[in-house]
Design a protein around this ligand. Sequence first.
Ligand code: FRU
Length: 475
Amino acid sequence: MAIVQSFAQDFRPNYHYTPPKNWVNDPNGLVYLDGEYHLFYQYNPFGDKWGHMSWGHAVSKDLIKWETLPLALPEIQNGDGSTTMIFSGCVVVDSFNTSGLFKAGFKKGLIAVFTSHVSKPGQDLAQHQSLAYSSDKGRTWKYFDKNPVLDIGLTNFRDPNVIWWPSEKKWIMTVVKPLEYIVQFYSSKDLKKWTFMSEFGKQGDMTKIWECPSLVKIPIVNTAETKWVLMISSGHRQAGYLAMQYFVGDFDGNSFKPQKQNEVFYVDEGKDFYAAVPFYNLPKNQKNPIIIGWTNDWEYANDIPAPDGYRGGFSVARKLSLYKTGNTYKLQQQPIISEKLTKEELFLSPGYSLNSKLGEKTANSYALSLDINLGTSKGFDLELLKTAEHYLKLRYDVASNMLSLDRINSGKTDFHQRFPSVESVKVMPEKNKLRLDILVDRTLVEVYVNGGKVVLTDLVFPERLKTVEVLKWRE
Ligand code: FRU
């Protein structure tokens, strides 16, 4: 039976997707088909810690309300005592039946391209890329009988993301060698036989391994132009944590050439945004890619509180564009939810308005849009989810132009020593103003600054539901 997300639990976000129970990590196979957005995800059907990796499944018509469907791709028990876990990957629509896996003329076949991770207890044996296919909009799947389709003999080679290249009628796979900081590009006519084209890497942030790469074409705001962006899940500005970096450049169907970049660009500056990938097959009028990320950090992911029986969840869907600054292009992200800000959509409790005045909140689940005119102040402290003892602090300091999100005193933090933390990022005011669009959803906060030119996403575990917000000017 399908389960519609409920409002009853205390810490469960309302307008962010979380599974009914158990563990989740990366979003997988984001794909749009026939009015439905699909979110597949790394899922442990047997517990609330990482393990038995399989693909869970949820669908949505508006990217806000999600319905959980039965498990899509289960872990496989092999005859020889090994198991194949279904690691991260993507789903494409094989509208020309290039794979030959569907009935002639069928245009709506879905193909999942995922990493097959083979192991025995205590021993990783292989990672290679494999296929599964579905003729009923992702409700039921068959594993391809000649898996794997791409094996280069490594135990670390994963997270395929596939796009269609119409001019040459070929598929292009972006996949990563995590320990070598190398992204590889392969091509195929039928998704079954893959040929190496080129590789890119050994630059940017190499403080952690590289995972979940994706290559996507993004419009530049106020122009008719586009650029290619290569996103990679990797290290954070702060040692030890995880984040996503991106390179902007050109892609000619064969290889990726980055623009000159003197610094690392991060998709999100918070601690809890990882493994985001774009939707495949968005409606034609939707030119801007849309991504969803996993809102957790491997640094402490298995230890976050799970009072409601699930552990981990996802960001809201974000629309991507590029804007020009100096000689470079940078990402701008807009939460899809901001286009639908009505009380009903956001499950706001009665009495709350959106471009909200600061004040008491009982549901801890709302959106707050603030245009903060800095005047001649030295900055401000915005205390979110505030109770008598605790708050999540967003501080802006005019002299250094540093914006920081501080969850050291935000509530429950003692489950892992690396959880209490502060992140800081330079943000220039625009016309002496900072625009903040803040999504507060019980245990998850997404802060979009200046129209999403900087974004910070953090988990937080306030100990009470009734909280207020307070803005204090720093004189
Ligand atoms: C990223 C990741 C992927 C892998 C999956 C396994 O979070 O490590 O590289 O495919 O999770 O669950």
